[in-house]
Ligand binder design. Sequence first.
Ligand code: B12
Ligand code: SF4
Length: 495
Amino acid sequence: MNILLLSMPDSFEHTPTISIRMPNGALTSLAGNVDPHHRIVVADLVLVQQRIRATIEQLMDEIQPELVGLSVMTFQRKTAKKVIELLRLLRPGLRVIVGGYDPSMAPEAYTYNDIDFIVRGEGEITFRELLRAIETDTGYERILGLSYREANSFYHNPDRPVSGLDNREIRLPNRDARVLSGYTMLGRQVDVVETSRGCTFDCSFCSIIAMRGRQFHTYSFDRVLMDIRDARSHGARAIFLIDDNITLNVSRFEALCRAIIDAQLNHLDYIVQAMTSAIANHGETLVPLMRKAGFRYVFLGIENILEEDLNFLRASSKNARREKGRKVGNAAIQAIDALHQHKMYVVGGLIVGNPGDTRQSIETNLDFARRYVDWPYIQHPTPYPRTPMTKDFYERGLIINENSEEYDGTTAVVRTDHLPAEGVEFLRWRAERWMKLRHLPAVLFHSPWFTLCNAPKMLAYIFRGVTIKFLLGLEDENKVFERYRAIRKAERAYV
Ligand code: B12
Ligand code: SF4
């Protein structure tokens, strides 16, 4: 069967496509796990953000797929619908399947006429079984994790249990299936590699709990190293380890760093997401090993530096500093110091605009980011489907915007008890631009050629909405903010 797999083009404020264009790890993993006789093609539409229609038309013409699969996050829901309409127009008899976080957590949003199948949860085995069922015409009712249309109704089969990962049931990703190029992380070709899936914490804003049920499973180091080598042989010079929470098992992470060093794969740049407590409480052992293994950017889930907000986010214990097993405060500063000491950069993940937040509590977090983090990754609480936080926000009546395309993390869609949503967003936007500017010399040092070629575009992106009139002091900052929001809105019309 000819199959085309697409990830959506929508990108997000803190990963501007001028400098960051990441592959979607789900699609190559699916491609690596179908039976070998299929012709399967993967296209990450973020690589062609400005020419979506033309690219889809060309791909449909060249591949003539019988089945097209889309990977979708909540803020990409509307784009996915438009892409599907276009696909149907180009090939009415096509079968369409959707998967990923949004279809898994909100399948009811995908039961409209143009969609035939929804894969909920992990996709590799479900997708393989579905292709077999289509080819042999044996019916879909026994395929776990699948929802399907039949005689104009949608049927939802029971969930599929998550894979153990250690039994080689899930094969390596197939990167040869990609047909578009241009992946980059600040000028270096980037790829994504998984070493584990899942997390046992239960932060209230995170989709992982409902998606995978607080379980943690790991791939063997042999497989991980094979995967990194494969990414390298496909041109990657930077690797993003996309694990949900690699720091859940610190001794395993330390052993992984050693394995990367021993395999001489530490010449690549690595990027990873980490908990502050794990970094702070293992600063002397884990952090130097990370540096030796090639880690460069660490996304730290600081979430918030005020205890009250951390309690709301249910993120207090993962951010706790401990001495002799006792909780003695917040781990953020200690974690950041340890990473800085070993010359790594901190991408600071903070969430501001929680129900109890006032102007003062938000400013306290912004001041912290200004002082300590290298690249701010500040978001607003966003009620993604089936997260505990969403229920909370509904019950408190704080959700003011239900447009899924604006659920991108930097559009405030909830208000606090004290501030309107727009006021929260304004505070973040005003502070963050200057923090981003401050990081550019470090980028210049690491990737001089890339930065010199792209600096004007990078600056224009960071300061979207600023005009000469504003610079001359003839215009209020609120006007610039309004313009920035209008530009963001226009940018969302990808198809
Ligand atoms: C790595 C990651 C990123 C990376 C890389 C993104 C990329 N290019 O893939 C970065 C840091 C750039 C990123 C950014 C964002 N992310 Co992110 N990210 C993740 C993370 C940690 C892992 C995702 C992953 O690749 N897993 C590995 C793959 C193999 O698993 P998977 O995606 O689940 O795919 C499986 C199934 O879902 C299914 N499947 C998926 N697609 C398809 C398609 C078909 C056809 C089929 C059959 C099956 C299928 O099969 C796959 C294999 O089993 C998750 C989860 C988490 N704990 O935080 C969040 C997560 C996906 N991100 C999320 C969000 C919101 C974002 C941002 C909007 C903002 C943010 N919070 O950072 C931006 C937007 C990105 C953009 N496009 O601009 C949310 C999505 C919530 C939702 N309901 O939509 C998550 C769940 C985190 C959360 N808040 O809970 N992210
Ligand atoms: S620690 Fe990270 S992955 Fe785990 S539940 Fe919290 S935010 Fe999600």
